[in-house]
Design a protein around this ligand. Structure first.
Ligand SMILES: [Fe+2]
Ligand SMILES: [Fe+2]
Length: 177
């Protein structure tokens, strides 16, 4: 039976805790733009729905981090700030950019969660079940984003690259510190 070593487990929970918190902050930033400068009730409803799920994901990892006495990343305040900025900024561009933001992030997270599921041992069955469920929901978010106009055509491909690269860096760093 493959078991999970403590270091791997700490890294997995630390980074997921940071990532789900980041997701929450991105949507907060998007909703901030939608309640100030941009009027789009339809988009607001969609984002509120996704945010609801991110909140559950975050709460799960927040409990795990306490239960297992794992140190959260020291960069949480930075990710909060950048998350809100990314959400706000993309929504201020237009609806397509706002939806691309979700599509790009979720694409990275889909892979990230898949890697984690491969790394976790049989001794972490319950955790694997939760991550697997969250992964399905992130894939749903990605599909919703494409349904609602996310595109990687033309200049949007640059935005996609920026978001995906920053997300990957944030993941690497948050695993370690
Ligand atoms: Fe999530
Ligand atoms: Fe998500």
């Amino acid at each position: 039976m493959k078991s999970t070593d403590r270091k791997t487990l700490e890294e997995i929970i630390r980074v997921d805790h940071a990532g789900e918190r980041g997701a929450l902050k991105i949507y907060e930033g998007q909703l901030l733009a939608l309640s100030t400068f941009k009027n789009n009730e339809k988009l607001k409803k969609i984002i509120e729905g996704m945010k609801e799920q991110e909140n559950k994901h975050f709460e799960f990892f927040d409990k795990e981090i306490q239960k297992r006495k794992i140190k959260p990343t020291v960069l949480l305040p930075l990710w909060d700030l950048l998350g809100v900025a990314l959400g706000f900024g993309t929504t201020m561009i237009n609806e397509k950019a706002a939806m691309l933001c979700t599509a790009s992030v979720e694409e990275v997270i889909d892979n990230h969660y898949k890697n984690q599921l491969d790394k976790l041992g049989e001794d972490e069955k319950e955790l694997k079940k939760s991550i697997s469920k969250f992964r399905d929901e992130e894939i749903e978010h990605k599909n919703t984003a494409y349904d609602k106009g996310a595109t990687k055509m033309g200049p949007y491909s640059i935005l996609d690259k920026i978001i995906q690269t920053s997300s990957k860096i944030a993941i690497k760093v948050s695993e370690k510190i």
